[in-house]
Ligand binder design. Sequence first.
Ligand SMILES: Cc1cc2nc3c(=O)[nH]c(=O)nc-3n(C[C@H](O)[C@H](O)[C@H](O)COP(=O)(O)OP(=O)(O)OC[C@H]3O[C@@H](n4cnc5c(N)ncnc54)[C@H](O)[C@@H]3O)c2cc1C
Ligand code: SF4
Ligand code: SF4
Length: 426
Amino acid sequence: MVEMRNIEYVVYHNLCMGCGVCEVACPNHSIRMTYNSAKGLPIPSVDRDSCLLCQKCLQVCFGYGVAQQESSGRLVSENAGLLGNHINAYSGSTTNKSIANSSSSGGIVTALVQFAFEKGIIDSAVLTRLEVDRLPYARTFLARTSKEVSLAAGSKYCPVSFAEGLKRLGPNNRFGVVALPCQAYAIRRLTEINPVYKKGLVFIIGLLCGGAPTYLGTRYLLHLYGFDLESLSRIEYRGGGWPGRLLLERRNQENRRRMTRSYPQYWQGVTEYFFPFRCTICTQGFNEFSDVSCGDMWSSQQLVGMGNSLMITRTALGESLVRDAKRAYRIHATPLAKDIIGSLQPGLAKKPEKVISRKRISRIFQKKFPIVEQKQAFPLPGIESYLLAIDLYVGRALASRGALWIFLKMFLVSKRIISFFRRFLK
Ligand SMILES: Cc1cc2nc3c(=O)[nH]c(=O)nc-3n(C[C@H](O)[C@H](O)[C@H](O)COP(=O)(O)OP(=O)(O)OC[C@H]3O[C@@H](n4cnc5c(N)ncnc54)[C@H](O)[C@@H]3O)c2cc1C
Ligand code: SF4
Ligand code: SF4
């Protein structure tokens, strides 16, 4: 049993999702992120000899808990409904065709960050890109030009540590960040304990998030489609129009192979089984910690191939960024009625209910949870929700080791047979 004295507690209870912000928060440089291949995540390790037990790492950590108090002028709302505190909602896309083709949804994130560079609102941006000479891993980097921003386009469905990108910032940088909710929360908290980051942070563009599969998930995809790590020369999780595809490419002396499979079908129903435990009980998917949060327009009348992003503005700065970029014809943006957003995001809208049943099942196994999390009143889960929670735990157990993937495939086949008969009997 590890005591609650630093982030070793979070790692021990499998609540870490590898954001790396604790490494930056540590005033004594006692934390280092290292890749853990068994978990498929970058994980912090603490040098116990130099650790001051100041708990700054715990203060920023989303795995430890979500603070309910005002966080850098941002309140994690109690009664703001599904979306959290917000100003407006829009659907939109970039006006640049090449960005549209390499991005995930409507290329809005890339377009907004580029616009912020052009207008001198920021001089750097902490973004995520694939490590071309160390595929399939992704890393954060500091983009300093609009051209470098385009290197980050497209979602990487894997964990990423922000330590590298954040540590490259100088004391006079005015920077923007693109981050998932857990990363955005940790960065907001970092600004509360470190004046350099507080002074420099201009905005956070948040991504909506249902979960970030570990690298075991990427390895499973390679295994499923007959690729190996050693000869992988290209991987893209999205891109090539909406909703996009997985692109895998192998180039070695003997042969060359390129394969695409459409998104999200290429996951073949296994994504959740590869989520870190923290993602399975996370209810912050709409990214309330950002100035603008962006996601897909699921369940809309959107035509395949024509990408659009959902945008939710949350601060005056976020709202003016969207309006000014529209005025300058960098993006298209059409106001959306807020009450339809739940139907555009059915997965995120139903997740809080699922989390209640997942937590109840997890309690049987004495699992620890983040200290504070779900505050709003959500409908009590029905029996179906508990069955799904059990399905998730079986699936996660089978996904956790390569040696068990044969049983994972058998499990998936048996689920398909059961669902066929259920439909047939109806
Ligand atoms: C792990 C993950 C889970 C997601 N889950 C959902 C979901 O459930 N529902 C939904 O509607 N949308 C989800 N999204 C967001 C969605 O995939 C798109 O990123 C979003 O719609 C913006 O699209 P865009 O075309 O405007 O962005 P683009 O212009 O393509 O820009 C993408 C930006 O994302 C950043 N980025 C890429 N990968 C990561 C990463 N792993 N961590 C942090 N930043 C990253 C890059 O820095 C880049 O700036 C998720 C994204 C990720 C990375
Ligand atoms: S979730 Fe982030 S801040 Fe928390 S322990 Fe993991 S890497 Fe550190
Ligand atoms: S589901 Fe929550 S914890 Fe997991 S990556 Fe997304 S925001 Fe982070």
